[in-house]
Design a protein around this ligand. Structure first.
Ligand code: ZN
Length: 214
């Protein structure tokens, strides 16, 4: 019974057995060659992958994300032109406008969902992945940081912001000429890079590394 999927020993649950995410068929994990994936024989869902240079690639995406994040925060986001007058806005000046108007809840929402959580996610992943890339011991508190990243993920709402900004641009188009700034492009890049990092990172692989190098 020691290796039965019903005896919930944490080691067995994490390392030996896994359930298909689509149809719940149970499998025993086997090591894969680099670049290969394990597929469910019943429904064809991908069970897990062994990515080539997974950590290096994920780390490169996170660092690119941090650079794009800096640009998205401090470069001009939009420029409004009307009657020869041009007014530029950055994300932070937008938050300032909300505060001046007393809309502090809106300011807090923008601060948390567009700045704090996306930054926490990228910086946290970089912190966890970097020691694996350099072949060093796991970063202090890596398990806690990785758990926190997972918990904070639903609160990172870059895509929703972009959609809202697009609607606003279309509506403002009647009143003034709206020109997207460098930060707007950086936001698009940031969304793509974040989604790509999400795809590349195998949480199970990260947990295994944290366990082994801890
Ligand atoms: Zn399946």
């Amino acid at each position: 019974m020691a290796s039965s999927p019903n005896s919930l020993s944490p080691v067995d649950a994490a390392d030996e057995w896994l359930a298909c995410p689509q149809c719940d068929q149970l499998y025993r994990r086997v090591p894969l060659a680099s670049g290969k994936k394990a597929v469910c024989v019943r429904c064809g869902a991908v069970l897990y992958r062994c990515r080539k240079r997974g950590v290096e690639f994920a780390l490169a995406l996170c660092v690119s994300g941090l650079i794009l994040f800096g640009v998205a925060n401090f470069a001009p986001l939009l420029a409004l032109e009307k009657g020869g007058l041009i007014q530029e806005t950055t994300l932070w000046s937008g938050i300032g406008v909300f505060l001046v108007r007393g809309e502090w809840l809106l300011a807090l929402l923008v601060l948390v969902t567009l700045i704090l959580f996306p930054l926490l996610r990228l910086a946290g992943l970089t912190y966890v992945l970097y020691p694996f890339f350099r072949g060093r011991a796991t970063a202090a508190g890596a398990a806690r940081v990785f758990r926190l990243i997972h918990a904070a993920s639903p609160w990172s709402m870059l895509e929703i912001f972009l959609l809202g900004a697009l609607v606003a641009v279309v509506k403002l188009g009647d009143m003034a000429t709206v020109m997207p700034g460098i930060a707007a492009y950086a936001f698009v890049g940031l969304i793509l890079v974040s989604a790509w990092a999400e795809y590349v990172i195998e949480p199970r692989d990260i947990w295994r590394r944290i366990d082994n190098h801890g």
